[in-house]
Ligand binder design. Sequence first.
Ligand code: NAD
Ligand code: ZN
Ligand code: ZN
Length: 341
Amino acid sequence: MKAVRLFGQKDVRVVDNAEIPTPKGDEVLLKIGGAGVCHSDLHIIDDGLLPVSGFTLGHENAGWIEAMGPAVKGYKKGDAVLVYGPWGCGHCKPCQESKENYCDHQSETYFGGGLGFNGGMADYMLVPSSRLLVPIHDLDPVIAAPLTDAALTPYSAIKRSLHKLMPDEYVVVIGVGGLGHVALQLLRATTGAAIIACDVTADKLAFAKELGAGYTINSKDPDAAEQIQKITGIKKAKVVIDFVGINSTIALGTKVVSLDGDLTLVGLGGGRYDYTMMGLPFGVSISNPYWGSRTELMEVVGLALQKKIHIEIEKYPLTEANLVYDRLRQGKIKGRAVLVP
Ligand code: NAD
Ligand code: ZN
Ligand code: ZN
């Protein structure tokens, strides 16, 4: 079968001769419908975020069950499912609570399929346990694949701040890409807060307006923080969610977050946070959430089934993986690119 493999830093190749695995025990073989192309792949490909290579990329996966090991119960061939991405040990307390993104053993293993283990940019993918599947009923796996990360990650980030996202408060979203464009819809669907969206190009800002942002700001403007404060007034933004995570966006978030607010750093852009006591309003919680839980992914599927969120996708064949990564590097993808075998 075809597979998009990482062979080393900046070395991604499409191979034709990857073996189709046979599922054993509780394993499941999926026929891939779509694999989303996440910016984290660029941190892995360009910056060597993972210490391994030789695996198939793609950690946002959906497809149809092709074959199952003898221990799998409750599924049948042809069922459409998402693959929950952060693969934990399955037995520690966070895993038992479905929070495999915070598995006690994360430091001992890789992060999941497409993140050290073979992922879904291929014709077929082996999932190590049926516990990692979430049914999507009549949703199309091609469109649904990014729910597993581009929607789950912002959903989980927003959920931890829900009690602060009241209708008389402001939330700032920095970066309206794969994750950010879903974050805007999730904020509309689950909170009443007024949304201020930041990006660096006019088309991304116009896109943010279409998705429900009340205000848009170009964060490259030298007075971006002052423009945001003009909107919020003295109270500032109760929640800032940064989907970029470079020095300048972290500095912007720090300037516009309110007293007792949340500064949530989702982007893995490698930025530094420089704490000084008077440089951060009192009471602010800074967090760096990672992905979300299995049950949160079920909730995200609920929102998609109710059509409260939709992923804007650009479809490409597996053979164009490198072209897609280039477009993502240049910030040219609208919403999420999905590779379709
Ligand atoms: P993306 O490339 O689709 O979107 C990034 C967006 O940020 C683009 O629209 C781009 O124009 C915009 N941008 C770039 N520089 C900016 C700036 N200075 N100010 C405002 N906007 C700017 O990326 P994505 O797939 O949405 O991922 C976003 C980040 O989140 C990446 O760093 C990724 O690695 C990370 N991520 C983290 C988690 C997690 O669990 N913590 C999960 C998935 C992705
Ligand atoms: Zn990702
Ligand atoms: Zn665990």
